[in-house]
Design a protein around this ligand. Structure first.
Ligand code: UT7
Length: 332
């Protein structure tokens, strides 16, 4: 009997309307559009504005679009996983809030927090439920409202992040789908990229607010180096163990944190940039959202049987790579 695989059978992204340009950031912090573009490749990012608008808004829009385009009724979904570091509330999980809003009643739902690698961790987790035969229609969401934890007086972080995300549907398939995955974590990274307060170690107080400890802190250089090393390593290894060369792979789909990181990883793994999905100039770093947004934007170009290598690196540290055999041709 052949192995049951989990195939991606649909993808839908969503970003909010408001566009925060480099020029607008020039008015907020001591920076220039030229510095941002040269050092990161980012020109603009989307921001979710409005009172009471959490990450679930991104997930709800993406999942509603996904259900519609795949002709799936919400009752058919039996598992929904949401990768995010900016859940609507500490609890309940944003996955539950999304499911409730879109009418998913027959699923169990939970969040995964693996920062920028969150979507890949969640995709591997969802895959295991499909491969085991226990679940038939699984939705994996990657979404973040990074603007809710960004200090717009800190020029080292506010220029990088944006809001957005996407969702994929996973279904059983004998030929196509998630072929292999490789993940790592290393707690040494916790000192370089974190949000100090708001959890159980430093619950919110007036002092944590005054000291701006509810925002993202990043020491960019060590994160940059670890991201390049980590992603190059997992991309190379997952290709080797599946007997793939860059010629066999149609697309490298990297997490969008910095264009220079993407270019270096591509070079180290021998991928020409024409085969690398890059949209960081439009969205910045949307954390768990970048990879599903890429898949959504490139969906019209993806063909059944295309080999894709997804890779991400993020806070924790967390990182990994997934080998996907794309399961469908573009809709006419
Ligand atoms: O997605 C999760 C994982 N995250 C990442 O992968 C991000 C990894 N890190 C990076 O992408 C880069 O390190 C950054 C984009 C965050 C920073 O770029 P960099 O080339 O590493 O710059 P740097 O931190 O070494 O700073 C160089 C200079 C510094 O000034 P001095 O000390 O040389 O005088 C900074 O103060 O640039 C200065 N600087 C800025 N200047 C203008 C830092 N941010 C800015 C800014 N505008 N926005």
């Amino acid at each position: 009997m052949s192995k049951i695989r989990a195939a991606i059978t649909g993808v839908q992204g969503w970003v909010p309307d408001y566009v925060l340009t480099n020029q607008e950031l020039e008015n907020l912090v001591d920076t220039t559009s030229e510095w941002i573009t040269t050092r990161t490749g980012i020109q603009e990012r989307h921001i979710l504005k409005g009172e009471g608008q959490g990450t679930s808004v991104i997930g709800i829009n993406a999942v509603n679009g996904l259900l519609k385009k795949t002709n799936t009724s919400p009752e058919e979904i039996d598992l929904l996983i949401c990768a995010t570091v900016t859940g609507d509330m500490p609890f309940p999980d944003t996955a539950n809030i999304i499911a409730d809003a879109v009418g998913i009643k027959n699923a169990f739902c939970f969040d995964i927090n693996a920062a920028c690698s969150g979507f890949l961790y969640a995709l591997t987790t969802g895959t295991k439920f499909v491969e085991s035969g226990s679940h038939k229609k699984v939705i994996v969401v990657g979404a973040d409202k990074m603007s809710s934890i960004i200090d717009y007086t800190d020029r080292t972080t506010c220029i990088i992040f944006g809001d957005g995300g996407g969702a994929v549907l996973l279904e059983p398939n004998e030929e196509y789908g998630i072929m292999d995955s490789l993940h790592h974590s290393d707690g040494v990274g916790q000192q370089y990229l974190f949000q100090k307060a708001g959890g159980s170690r430093y619950p919110p107080t007036i002092d944590t607010v005054i000291n701006r400890e509810h925002f993202v802190y990043q020491n960019g250089k060590p994160v940059f180096k670890a991201a390049v090393t980590g992603m190059s390593d997992v991309v190379t290894r997952i290709m080797e163990r599946n007997n793939l060369t860059a010629d066999d792979v149609s697309w490298l789909v990297p997490h969008q944190a910095n264009r220079r990181i993407i270019e270096t990883v591509s070079e180290m793994a021998n991928f020409p940039m024409e085969k690398v999905m890059v949209n960081i100039h439009k969205y910045g770093n949307t954390t768990a959202g970048t990879i599903p947004i890429c898949l959504w934007e490139w969906e019209p170009q993806l063909k059944k049987g295309d080999n894709l290598i997804l890779t991400a690196f993020g806070g924790g540290f967390t990182w990994g790579a997934i080998y996907v055999k794309w399961a469908y041709d573009p809709a006419n």
